[in-house]
Design a protein around this ligand. Structure first.
Ligand SMILES: Nc1ncnc2c1ncn2[C@@H]1O[C@H](COP(=O)(O)OP(=O)(O)OP(=O)(O)O)[C@@H](O)[C@H]1O
Ligand SMILES: [Mg+2]
Length: 448
């Protein structure tokens, strides 16, 4: 069996095509939509792994709201040499969070382009990024085979056009993804650019000669491709391009632009009115980074700031965010608010948990102000793709929107202004890429 697998930053899906029928596979039995698996991995202290909705549920049950309890743990002896004293034998202890039941990983795909993300310690065992992704991919493969009832013989796996705008990091990311597929034992893997896959899915049902521009805007990247269909089954890809901008970044813009004042931004400390260190609040830009603030030296700074600072209520909210693991609920509330803003002119972003009492009314125009630079970068990417295809906007007959972020009205507006609203079409936002990858897997039959 040949399948297509879209390993997305936020969501993954898999599909099978037999030349006639296209089947999206239900790979997450507990999700609201079983064919869309949240790209999340939860690893327990005992080394068990869970993916998808189940991963989020287990993390939330075990961690959120739980007070972090540090314990000194003996990790071994070492010889320590002091300049004026000589060498002594010393026992080493580290402070660890004694009760954490497990660790949650999300957006691992984004980690591929991050040189510093080499390996991470999960309760004493080191895992490389490739190993973590391999665990997910292996579980995914098992579920696919279970659904199909037969072994998978080859796979077409999606890849963004550019993992990173830096060519060296782009290469690194691809090599790491290839290594992850190998570690997972995936059979005979080919990679295909995600927007090309989406275009293949569209081309299957399209009629007549036309120029199509695919706008695939997901959780981690924007990918664009332009193709020409000749109306007789022939197709030619004219240009592809992409930028590492996606829904995760839009969430981050909201947090950093609108929420920091609820967590101590602008506080001053003591009679000298020293500013509360901004590098601490920089950690709020990603939920995983909030977890880093649980290290004792950061908690000490926050505790002291509560005592001597002029904004104790906000700083207590920060302490609660960190100590009780509300980073994930915060980001989930932000993402949900962003999604609501795709349908409403304003929305109330709320989080009431521990000492956090957050209610922030966000109008869509303000969200659009915060993402202004991203909209311009996305537009430049489209212009570059058009230029390299040698086409003007008026030459494009259909603009296919796919990927969850392609529903953000500001981007729809930009596309409408450039191409005309009547040319825009939304295709299966979360599963279009997987469908196209399955078609590619089928088409490659002869050559594999
Ligand atoms: N209605 C909506 N309005 C705005 N954003 C949305 C909407 N629905 C989903 N999103 C966002 O879309 C993103 C997920 O989209 P998708 O599943 O297409 O990404 P992905 O394929 O996992 O990522 P990538 O292709 O970049 O690796 C998330 O950031 C999510 O918040
Ligand atoms: Mg995608």
């Amino acid at each position: 069996m040949r399948v297509g697998v879209d390993f997305g930053t936020t969501n993954s899906s898999a599909a099978y095509y037999d030349g006639q029928q296209l089947r999206l596979l239900p790979i997450d039995p507990v999700a609201t939509t079983a064919t869309i698996l949240r790209s999340a991995l939860f690893m327990t202290r005992e080394g068990a792994a869970y993916i998808g909705r189940e991963a989020i549920r287990r993390f939330t049950e075990g961690n959120v709201g739980r007070e972090i309890a540090y314990e000194w743990r003996y990790i071994g002896d070492a010889e320590v040499t002091f300049a004026d004293f000589g060498t002594i034998q010393q026992s080493l202890y580290v402070k660890i969070d004694a009760n954490a039941p497990g660790r949650l990983f999300q957006s691992l795909k984004t980690g591929l382009r991050d040189k510093s993300f080499r390996r991470t310690n999960v309760f004493g065992t080191y895992y490389t990024l490739e190993e973590l992704i391999a665990i997910m991919l292996r579980m995914l493969l098992d579920r696919i085979e279970q659904q199909l009832g037969r072994p998978v013989t080859s796979m077409v796996v999606g890849r963004p056009v550019h993992y990173s705008s830096d060519p060296a990091l782009d290469q690194l990311a691809l090599e790491r993804m290839q290594a992850a597929c190998q570690l997972a034992g995936l059979p005979d893997v080919r990679f295909l650019e995600e927007p090309i896959a989406a275009a293949l899915a569209y081309a299957r049902t399209a009629q007549g000669a036309q120029h199509v521009l695919v706008f695939d805007f997901g959780g981690g990247t924007l990918d664009v491709t332009i193709l020409r269909l000749d109306g007789r089954g022939g197709r030619e890809f004219l240009a592809t391009d992409g930028v590492p901008i996606g829904g995760d970044l839009l969430d981050q813009r909201l947090v950093m632009g609108r929420l920091l004042s609820h967590f101590g931004e602008g506080a001053t400390l003591g009679s000298r009115r020293l500013p509360f260190p901004s590098h601490i609040l920089d950690h709020l830009s990603e939920w995983q980074q909030i977890i880093e603030l649980t290290q004792p030296h950061y908690l000490e700074i926050i505790d002291e700031a509560i005592l001597i600072g002029d904004r104790p209520r906000e700083l207590k909210a920060l302490r609660s965010l960190v100590r009780q693991n509300y980073g994930l609920p915060l980001y989930e509330a932000v993402e949900a608010a962003k999604v609501r803003l795709s349908g409403a002119a304003e929305t109330l972003l709320s989080l009431h948990a521990g000492e956090i009492a957050l209610d922030e009314q966000i109008p869509r125009w303000d969200f659009e102000r915060l993402i202004g630079p991203d909209v311009r970068a996305v537009e430049r990417c489209i212009d570059r793709t058009l230029a390299s295809a040698g086409l003007a906007p008026a030459d494009i007959d259909v603009v296919l929107r796919t990927g969850g972020s392609s529903r953000v009205p500001r981007f729809v507006k930009m596309l409408s202004a450039k191409f005309g609203a009547e040319r825009l079409q939304e295709m299966d936002v979360f599963t279009g890429v997987a469908s196209g990858l399955a078609i590619a897997a089928w088409e490659l039959q002869g050559s594999m």
